[in-house]
Design a protein around this ligand. Structure first.
Ligand code: HEM
Length: 431
């Protein structure tokens, strides 16, 4: 077996980075055509090439080996926002201990407890949608997923505290997505200008003050059904709970990881449904069928994976596709390429939810939530939220596309997002 990284494009890193940022799908497609299932890319700011994989067997090998580390970069961008104890940033034993503690509240069967919250939040939002006029549905879904997290995860019931927290969290989310901040951060490093991350740190301190007050009240009065209460009750293997400060880190982590991702996945699902009227009609003719809704969600996450890369830094060598990737190599599934393989999905670019109806799992050819010991903690929550939200929308209004051509993919932070925010027209159904 050759001990070299797989081949890849020879353009300078600046060009490869620009192609990835501007036209990620066509960049990956052209790499697949030229180099096959595994290839190496060079991005600006990375000291070594990153290997992208799309063969399900290779992805399985990557995800099921437990010791691999995190890819570079995650900490730089996220540390001031989510904090040093975040489950997103810890590695090894410290990470696994948090996962064990945080998994039970996110277990699939527990999700029923949150359906009523999602239903109520979506019903209220849809009631305010314009009648028959074009509007972008992505921002509406962002408002919905923020409210759902506030209620189901943070569980804040005091109205004044809830309003304060909502404002602060919105500012934090806006600040993390602002381009000015991203460029400001790079400039500050080069020129020694004031550090724009200081604003994020100040916001985090204000958020923590509100959350710590909430935690103190909750400890005094006993918990509810929300995830904050469950995290306060949870114990590490030595019987100790998480400190209140750590609980704050994990709550902000859940917000950052779960808000934009789920809103974007919902926007893509509505984009695909409005542009595929036969699939929309198929779904609506059997509205009570959870099976069809789940199939539509699985197919949307296949064709428009929201998170395109979920990689690892190898802790031990990995043999894939005739290559031996040495320890220390950064390796990631190219999720969109894995999801559009003709050997896993007949007619791979067609939106055909029926392919997910029989319940057969496509294994590691379907990895919108990553895999292994770092697989998305909130996957069951996201699927529940999407299912309930779609059910409410389709029961209340009929939806149609407001643009004739399908949305192109735009990169927004770490997500693939619909460039124009999925513009639709909604018409209220007769009672
Ligand atoms: C459709 C919506 C979502 C998508 C597509 C998504 C996708 C992902 C992906 C790809 C990862 C990285 C997995 C890996 O490296 O193997 C991840 C991690 C994570 N997600 Fe999600 N996610 C979604 C919703 C949520 C929600 C609703 C929550 C919580 C409320 C959440 C919490 C997390 C956490 C805590 C991690 C870190 C897990 C770890 O490092 O152990 N996600 N997600």
């Amino acid at each position: 077996m050759a001990a070299a990284l797989p081949p890849g494009p020879s353009e300078p890193p600046a060009i490869q980075t620009a192609r990835w940022l501007l036209r990620p799908i066509s960049f990956m497609e052209s790499c697949r055509r030229r180099f096959g299932d595994a290839f190496s890319v060079n991005f600006l700011g990375f000291r070594s090439p990153m290997v992208m994989l799309s063969d399900p067997q290779a992805i399985r090998e990557l995800y099921t080996a437990r010791g691999h580390g995190l890819p570079p970069g995650r900490g730089v961008a996220l540390l001031p926002v989510v904090g040093a104890r975040s489950v997103l940033l810890l590695e090894g034993g410290e990470h696994l201990a948090r996962r064990r503690l945080m998994l039970p509240p996110f277990h699939g069967e527990r999700m029923r407890a949150y359906e009523a919250i999602v239903r109520e939040v979506v019903e209220r939002d849809v009631a305010g949608w314009p009648q028959g006029e074009a509007f972008a549905v992505h921002p509406r879904m962002q408002a919905v997923t923020l409210e759902v997290i506030l209620r189901a995860v943070f569980g804040v019931t005091d109205p004044a505290r809830g309003d304060r927290l909502r404002d602060l969290l919105r500012s934090l989310l806006d600040a993390t997505t602002s381009l000015r901040l991203q460029f400001g951060f790079m400039l500050a490093r080069r020129l020694g200008a004031p550090d724009p991350l200081e604003r994020l740190r100040a916001l985090r301190r204000e958020i923590d003050a509100v959350l710590l007050a909430e935690i103190a009240d909750r400890r005094a009065s006993g918990g509810g059904e929300d995830i904050l209460s469950l995290l306060l009750e949870a114990r590490f293997e030595d019987g100790e709970p998480m400190s209140a400060e750590e609980v704050c880190d994990q709550l902000v982590t859940l917000l950052v990881a779960g808000h934009e991702t789920t809103a974007t996945a919902l926007a893509w699902t509505m984009e695909l449904l409005t542009h595929h009227p036969a699939a929309l009609a198929w779904l609506c003719e059997d509205e009570d069928s959870d099976g069809r809704l789940k199939a539509v969600i699985a197919e949307s996450l296949r064709l428009r994976p929201v998170v395109p890369l979920a990689g690892r830094r190898l802790a031990s060598e990995l043999r894939v596709d005739g290559h031996v990737l040495p320890r220390g190599t950064d390796v990631t599934p190219a999720i969109w390429l894995a999801h559009t393989r003709a050997d896993a999905y007949p007619d791979p670019f067609a939106f055909r939810p029926e392919r997910f109806l029989d319940g057969a799992s496509p294994g590691y050819a379907w990895v919108p939530f990553g895999g292994g010991v770092r697989r998305c903690l909130g996957a069951a929550f996201a699927e529940m939220e999407m299912r309930v939200a779609l059910e409410v929308v389709l029961r209340t209004v009929t939806i149609a596309p407001a643009r004739s051509d399908p949305e192109r993919v735009a990169r927004r932070n770490v997500t693939f997002s619909p460039r124009h925010g999925t513009r639709i027209r909604a018409t209220r159904r007769a009672a």
